[in-house]
Design a protein around this ligand. Structure first.
Ligand code: CP
Length: 321
């Protein structure tokens, strides 16, 4: 763990709340856990005896499997809960559902929910730790952390880098978590997209706003391409998917104009041929699958830190063994 950081938080609700030292501390802790996944026995006893419940009220592939594997590799007992088949479908509130689950002796609740603020609300209702796995359009902190960790591993630093977040920034919890985290670590953040998909207030936060991807291509170190949410197309936020792709898609022609060292990220799921072409997504500058690998280490670090917080700080020394 980072030498200057002692983790005391019960929950991880967003990156907005975190100090630079806490972000560095999570990334450094992840570095220790990354090596565990390369072992033949991919398990450490760090959370043995703890119980984690993954509460997912929205579809997920990467985040749900990643949290499940992370808990398992830390030797916790992990239960997966799908909102659609639970008593929530009979009208039970989120807080009541969570309190009932907590009454069975749960230590950590991992929540994905369509409502912004759901993780915060839950954290007030339970004494168990709450980890936000994506709440509405608010934050997706472990995705932001894994994106930043992936950049740091590839380029050795965050400070001074120019990172462009391209696409539907307005509706993206991934964008919000990235902006908070990257700025706290000293990156210069660009939000790029059509005016209907980039919030006006971002410039006041120090984010550089551009509506012309072609103008900034040569100066950017990292492109984080957001999923274009086709389900929003009928809201008239951009003319057609084809038009969007022509103006904001990362393709072979555009890659000829970027720095040779520029990197490409995407949180997934990808719309191939819309925000990114297959040759770029699978090309040498893409770190998309590295993000998924690094996400496991980040989630192990987050579960470990909240699961062993201040109540037993000394236990952390045996975390990666
Ligand atoms: N990036 C991300 O959150 O993917 P999932 O929706 O598959 O979890």
């Amino acid at each position: 763990m980072h030498a200057n950081m002692e983790w005391t938080r019960k929950d991880l609700l967003g990156i907005e709340d975190l100090a630079k030292e806490e972000i560095d501390g999570i990334l450094d802790t992840a570095e220790g856990f990354r090596e565990v996944s390369a072992r033949s026995v991919k398990k450490v006893p760090a959370l043995r005896g703890k119980v984690i419940v993954n509460l997912f009220f929205e579809a997920s592939t990467r985040t749900r499997i990643s949290f499940e594997l992370a808990g398992t590799r830390l030797s916790a007992d992990v239960i997966n809960f799908a909102g659609a088949t639970s008593s929530a479908s009979k009208g039970e509130t989120l807080s009541d559902t969570a309190r009932n689950i907590e009454a069975m002796g749960v230590d950590i609740l991992v929540l994905r929910h369509p409502c912004s603020g759901a993780a915060y609300q839950l954290s007030k209702a339970v004494t168990a730790s709450v980890v936000n796995a994506g709440d509405g359009t608010h934050e997706h902190p472990t995705q932001g952390l894994l994106d930043i960790y992936t950049i740091r591993r590839a380029l050795g630093r965050i400070e001074g880098l120019k990172v462009a977040i391209v696409g539907d920034v307005s509706h993206s919890r991934v964008a919000r978590s990235n902006i908070w985290g990257l700025q706290k670590l000293g990156a210069e953040v660009y939000a790029v997209g059509p005016p209907t998909l980039v919030p006006r207030g971002l410039a006041k936060m120090g984010v550089k706003v551009s509506h012309h991807l072609d103008e900034i291509l040569p100066e950017i170190d990292v492109f984080n391409m957001l999923r274009i949410q086709a389900e929003r197309q009928d809201q008239g936020l951009f003319p057609t998917i084809r038009e969007y792709s022509r103006l904001f898609g990362l393709n072979r022609q555009r890659m000829k104009r970027v720095k040779p060292t520029a990197l490409v990220l995407h949180p997934g799921p990808i719309n191939r041929g819309v925000e990114i072409t297959p040759d770029v997504a699978d090309g040498p500058q893409s770190l998309i699958l590295n993000q998924v690998t690094n996400g496991l280490a980040i989630r192990m670090a987050v579960l470990y830190l909240v699961g062993t917080r201040a109540t037993n700080p000394g236990a952390r020394e045996g975390g990666v063994a």
